[in-house]
Design a protein around this ligand. Structure first.
Ligand SMILES: [Zn+2]
Length: 286
C-alpha cells in the first residue's frame, strides 16, 4: 500500500530531493530571466568561468567544504545559493510531513519549487517568467484533476475547482491592476515604465489598455492564476489574505530598517509565501 511508507523515511527522502531541486532552482533563478539555457553550459564560477566539478556541486554541503569560495579563483560564493537549497529542502520535507505519501505529492513539490523560483526571480528582476506562471498553470490544469481522480476523487469537480481557482485568482488581480492603471491615468500619475514625452497612453482599442498595468504588474495576475489552478477558489482567497499580511510585514520591516517607504520588491514574493502557507496549512480539499 502506498500509505504504508514510514513518514520519517518519506520526510528524509523529501529533504534530500529538495536540496537537489534547490540546487537546480539556483540555475533557474539565475538563467531563466536572462534567456539562457538551463542545461548548457554546466555550472561554472561567475567570477572566473571555471567549471564546477560535480563533487563541488553537492547541494548545501559543498558550500561548507569550499568554505564559501570558488576552488579555482577564490571568489566568494553568494550565501544565497546554499540558502535557496536549504529553503527548498525544508519546504519539500514540510510538504511531505504535512501531506504524506499521496498521489498529489509531486504536484505539491513542483508547486513549492515554482513558487520559490518565482519569488526570487521577482526579487531580482521584478518579473515572473511565463515559463513558471503560464507553464505552471497549464501543468496544474492537467495534473491536479488527474491526480485527484487517481486518489479516488471526481475528475470533473477537481477540474472545476482548478479552472475556477485560476479564473478567480487571475480575474481578481487583473481587476485590481486594471482599476489601478485607469485611476492612475485619470489622476495623471506617472510610473517608471509610463510612456514618456511624445508617447501616448494606450487607448481602449489597443491590447495594452487591457493588459498593461504599470505599478501592479501583469506577472502577478498570471502567477495568481497558476496558484488558483493548484489551490482552488477558496485557496486563492486564503492566499491573497496571507500574502497581504506577509507583504505588510515585509514592507514594515523594510521601512523600519531603511527608514524609507519605497521597498524595492513587488507583491510576487508575498504571493508565493502566502501560497506556501496555505499549501502547508490546509492542503485544501484536494
Ligand atoms: Zn572562480
Amino acid at each position: 500500500m502506498l500509505t504504508e511508507v514510514p513518514r520519517e523515511a518519506l520526510v528524509g527522502v523529501a529533504c534530500v530531493l529538495g536540496l537537489v531541486v534547490g540546487s537546480f532552482l539556483n540555475v533557474v533563478i539565475h538563467r531563466l530571466p536572462r534567456g539562457e539555457s538551463l542545461v548548457h553550459p554546466g555550472s561554472h564560477c561567475p567570477a572566473c568561468n571555471a567549471p564546477v566539478r560535480w563533487t563541488d556541486n553537492v547541494p548545501l554541503l559543498a558550500y561548507f567544504w569550499l568554505r564559501g569560495r570558488c576552488r579555482a579563483c577564490g571568489a566568494r560564493i553568494s550565501l544565497r545559493y546554499p540558502a535557496i537549497e536549504a529553503i527548498t529542502g525544508l519546504l519539500f520535507a514540510a510538504i511531505a510531513f504535512r501531506h504524506g505519501f499521496v498521489p498529489m505529492l509531486p504536484v505539491w513539490w513542483a508547486f513549492g519549487a515554482a513558487l520559490i523560483a518565482a519569488a526570487f526571480i521577482d526579487l531580482d528582476h521584478q518579473i515572473i517568467p511565463d515559463e513558471i506562471s503560464l507553464g505552471g498553470l497549464a501543468l496544474a490544469l492537467l495534473c491536479v484533476p488527474a491526480l485527484h481522480a487517481a486518489s479516488g476523487g471526481s475528475f470533473a469537480s477537481a477540474l472545476r475547482d482548478s479552472l475556477g481557482g485560476a479564473l478567480l485568482g487571475g480575474g481578481l488581480f487583473w481587476l485590481v491592476g486594471f482599476a489601478h492603471a485607469r485611476v492612475s491615468t485619470a489622476l495623471g500619475r506617472q510610473f517608471e515604465h509610463w510612456p514618456g514625452e511624445g508617447e501616448r497612453l494606450p487607448s481602449p482599442r489597443s491590447l495594452d489598455y487591457w493588459l498593461w498595468f504599470p505599478g501592479v504588474g501583469f506577472g502577478d495576475v498570471k502567477l495568481l492564476a497558476m496558484i488558483g489552478a493548484v489551490l482552488g477558489p477558496w485557496g486563492v482567497l486564503q492566499t491573497l489574505f496571507a500574502a497581504s499580511l506577509v507583504g505588510l510585514a515585509l514592507g514594515l520591516a523594510w521601512a523600519a530598517a531603511t527608514r524609507s517607504l519605497r521597498a524595492p520588491f513587488g507583491f510576487g514574493p508575498a504571493l508565493a509565501a502566502g501560497a506556501v502557507l496555505v499549501m502547508l496549512r490546509s492542503g485544501v480539499a484536494l
